[in-house]
Write a protein that binds this ligand. Structure first.
Ligand code: HEM
Length: 393
């Protein structure tokens, strides 16, 4: 089996290095565990009943030095840290609420929010697209979805970043910020839920409260899910939306084609997600001694599933390095995970990205990318700069 020696416990190989290893083998050993590089094996790993994820949420927080206290207790209880029946108990109500049918009903509201965000732009010649558009969109959509006042959107944005970014970018200097934000987000979610309880409507918070009234969730679980939804809604969508719009603007021919044929928006979005996935790697561990793809794993051995490499597997994506907005939508992206741990918010994230892209194409067909920078970390790619001239000037 090929050895990828450049991979250390906090490090990762570049996509080029991983693709070179992929040519030799579907899975390779590294210093940190098993690296899964090809699409079919990645899919199998993500769906494998003996490859677990529960311990990794706390493990990731241990790596940035999170001590005992409120944030740790919350993380121990939350969906991400569960397996088996408790996982299904917590996941099912949320999955029902975020199902495609419910998300489709949000389309008009998301369109209104995007229109407002674009109306608010003072100088279309030079827009900080990441800050003034991509961060605002999911935080405002969250407020709409749970019936919270829109004035809360900047707070939601700040909290989501403070909670997720330190863990995802493995930044120990931000652990105190994360702890404070977790407390604040939890208190805010509980206050909102308890206010809403007195005036139930047809929003997502009311739907969650009804799950508790029907006995599907305890009060503690209801509060925890409310807080988890707040943080999960924003950060990844903001970065992914910026990546999608910027990568398309980098390719004026594709951009022009999209201005003439909006039916290509879904394919164009998936193609940017394929080549520049927000999540570069998913992690699992062996729940028992086992074999996977001809490799022996001892209990607790780590498995790193390279979304970046698998999404350029030539066996599944012909001419994998070629950017092609007309690629078939199936086989699909791995960026949202698969199966029992998969992202419950993927339908909402896609809706937001499609509506945003459609509105920019409609109102600003001559838009031009001024500056775009991103960082590839061990697990995610983060946009650090995205300036766009919407006017094209
Ligand atoms: C483009 C934006 C997004 C990306 C790239 C993304 C990605 C992910 C990934 C990679 C996972 C873990 C999957 C795994 O380990 O197999 C996940 C889980 C999750 N996501 Fe997302 N997500 C996005 C947007 C959202 C949104 C908008 C929401 C909520 C409204 C959301 C809610 C969740 C939840 C609740 C989980 C936990 C699922 C579980 O543990 O069962 N996500 N997401």
């Amino acid at each position: 089996m090929v050895q990828v020696s450049a991979l250390g416990p906090t490090d990762t190989a570049s996509t080029v290095e991983l693709l070179a290893a992929q040519r030799e083998s579907a899975v390779v050993r590294s210093e940190r565990g098993l690296e899964v590089l090809r699409y079919q094996e990645a899919l199998e790993a993500l769906r494998h009943p003996q490859l677990f994820r529960a311990k990794l949420f706390l493990w990731r927080h241990d790596r940035i030095g999170l001590g005992p206290g409120f944030a740790r207790e919350f993380l121990t209880r939350t969906l991400n840290s569960q397996e088996g029946e408790q996982r299904s108990r917590l996941r099912n109500p949320l999955a029902r609420i975020l199902a495609p049918r419910s998300i489709r009903k949000l389309t008009d509201g998301v369109q209104d929010i995007v229109a407002k965000i674009l109306d608010d732009i003072h100088n279309p010649d030079d827009v900080d697209f990441l800050e003034d558009v991509c961060w605002r969109l999911p935080s405002m959509v969250y407020c709409m979805m749970v019936s919270a006042p829109m004035e809360l959107a900047p707070t939601i944005q700040r909290l989501s970043d403070s909670i997720l970014a330190p863990m995802l970018t493995v930044d120990p200097t931000r652990v105190r910020e994360l702890e404070d934000a977790r407390r604040e987000a939890y208190d805010l979610a509980v206050k909102h839920i308890e206010e809403r309880r007195r005036n139930l409507g047809d929003d997502f918070t009311s739907a969650l409260i009804r799950e508790q009234i029907d006995g599907n969730l305890t009060e503690q679980e209801l509060h925890d899910i409310g807080a988890a939804l707040l943080e999960a809604s924003v950060d990844n969508t903001a970065h992914s939306a910026a990546i999608t719009v910027a990568r398309l603007l980098e390719r004026p021919d594709d951009w022009h084609r999209l201005t003439e044929d909006r039916s290509l928006i879904a394919g164009a979005t998936e193609e940017t997600i394929r080549l520049w996935p927000r999540f570069r790697t998913h992690m699992r561990y062996a729940s028992e001694d086992m074999d996977f793809a001809d490799a022996a794993l001892a209990r607790d051995d780590m498995v790193f599933i390279s979304v970046a490499a698998a999404q350029q597997d030539p066996a599944v994506f012909p001419d994998p390095e070629k950017f092609d907005i007309t690629r078939p939508l199936v086989p699909g992206t791995l960026v949202f995970g698969q199966g029992k741990y998969s992202c419950i918010g993927m339908h909402l994230a896609r809706l937001e990205m499609h509506v945003l892209l459609n509105a920019v194409l409609e109102r600003f067909p001559s838009a031009r990318l001024l500056e775009f920078e991103e960082e590839e970390g061990p697990f995610i790619r983060s946009v650090t700069k995205c300036r766009i001239s919407l006017s094209g000037n």
